[in-house]
Design a protein around this ligand. Structure first.
Ligand code: ATP
Ligand code: MG
Ligand code: FE
Length: 346
């Protein structure tokens, strides 16, 4: 099979081509710069940008992979979750290609895509593993088996902001722009992660083990900035960024490692845009090494949204002989993952 994957759930337009677990090539565009002045993604702007980018980025992916459009044997597209208007554009593009080529179409759960991204770098996932998904809209700990055959078990979530959302909000209040992850990370390089002791929520003994909360952390950062400004002092952006980042990372790694141990497993997979974070990667590597846990994190370019990860799920589905969703599949902007069976039904 030569599987084309299409991603358009947020502000990245991604097309990727995967065959038998191997990434042949991809094309990627982002409308992030068009959202910067708003401090977050504007759905209508994102949808227009997907429409502009779709054909050129598909051409880039085909060129990068060295295949012709006619070589595509299956199409997979994100059908949810995501911004409805944004998902619609990519899904419509995917339907057009599948119809024109008369090949099967699979609707793919965006978060299954994030998880599958790792298989492109590190090969098939083990029989069972813990997956920490940390992205712009999600912070979840999952127990997964065979991505295609086994239902996904949702162990815990965030009660409020997602980890990536916390990065985006803190970046905005520090005046650093959007998306927040990369700019905070850059600012944090010269900062002292111990300069401020920001709260680590949900870490007390009675707290639910796999539940997160990041809105109190964001508020604590905002109060700190206000207090410093009121005193007329310069805001130590690097120290605040580093201390904030450390607080997020400490909680993420502690809970993910705990989930692996509680379930008697030996593999932790970290995926999603925040998995591109260098401090998270370093702290997770250190903790996993100490605990004898195998850590898998895709390279940064496969952590943030892309078409390759969607193609990776499509490729798994095809090789597992799964039934396609069909051209009638609708977007499901709030698709849930708990107990989800792939492929998503039409
Ligand atoms: P979801 O996958 O939950 O639907 P999304 O698709 O918008 O949300 P991703 O593209 O997976 O999210 O990730 C984007 C998020 O990752 C943004 O919040 C961004 O700030 C964050 N991010 C990207 N790079 C980094 C980084 N180096 N450090 C921390 N966060 C980062
Ligand atoms: Mg994005
Ligand atoms: Fe995503």
């Amino acid at each position: 099979p030569v599987v084309l994957g299409v991603e358009s759930s947020c502000d990245e337009t991604g097309f990727g081509i995967v065959s038998e677990g191997t990434l042949l090539g991809q094309g990627l565009a982002s409308s992030a710069s068009q959202h910067a002045e708003f401090g977050g993604v504007v759905p209508e702007i994102a949808a227009r940008a997907h429409l502009d980018a779709a054909v050129p980025i598909l051409q880039i992916a085909l060129h990068d992979a060295g295949v012709e459009l006619g070589d595509i044997t299956h199409v997979a597209a994100t059908s949810g979750p995501g911004l409805a208007t944004a998902v619609h554009v990519g899904l419509a593009a995917a339907k057009s290609v599948a119809w024109a080529l008369d090949v099967p179409l699979f609707g793919v759960h965006h978060l299954a895509g994030h998880a599958a991204a790792d298989t492109l770098e590190h090969g098939p996932l083990p029989e069972r593993s813990i997956v920490l998904i940390v992205s712009g809209g999600h912070t979840s700990i999952l127990a997964i088996g065979d991505l295609v055959r086994d239902p996904i078990e949702h162990l815990g979530d965030t009660l409020d902001d997602a980890a990536g959302e916390a990065f985006d909000k803190v970046a905005r209040l520090l005046g650093l722009g959007y998306p927040g992850g990369p700019v905070i990370s850059r600012a944090a390089v010269d900062g002292d992660p111990a300069a401020f002791r920001f709260p680590r929520a949900m870490m007390r003994s009675g707290d639910p083990a796999y539940t997160f909360s990041f809105s109190g952390l964001k508020t604590a950062v905002a109060r700190t900035v206000e207090t410093i400004e009121r005193a007329g002092d310069p805001v130590p952006v690097a120290d605040i960024a580093a201390s904030f980042e450390q607080a997020v990372v400490d909680v993420l790694v502690a809970k993910a490692v705990r989930a692996v141990k509680d379930h008697g497993l030996d593999t932790l997979v970290i995926v999603g845009g925040v998995a591109a974070n260098a401090r998270l990667r370093a702290v997770a590597a250190e903790r996993c090494e100490a605990e004898g846990i195998e850590l898998r994190i895709p390279p940064p370019r496969l952590c943030t949204d892309n078409g390759a990860m969607i193609a990776a799920v499509g490729d798994l589905l095809v090789r597992a002989d799964a039934d396609p969703s069909g051209l009638g599949i609708a977007a499901d902007p709030s698709a849930v993952l708990h107990g989800a069976q792939l492929p998503l039904p039409a």
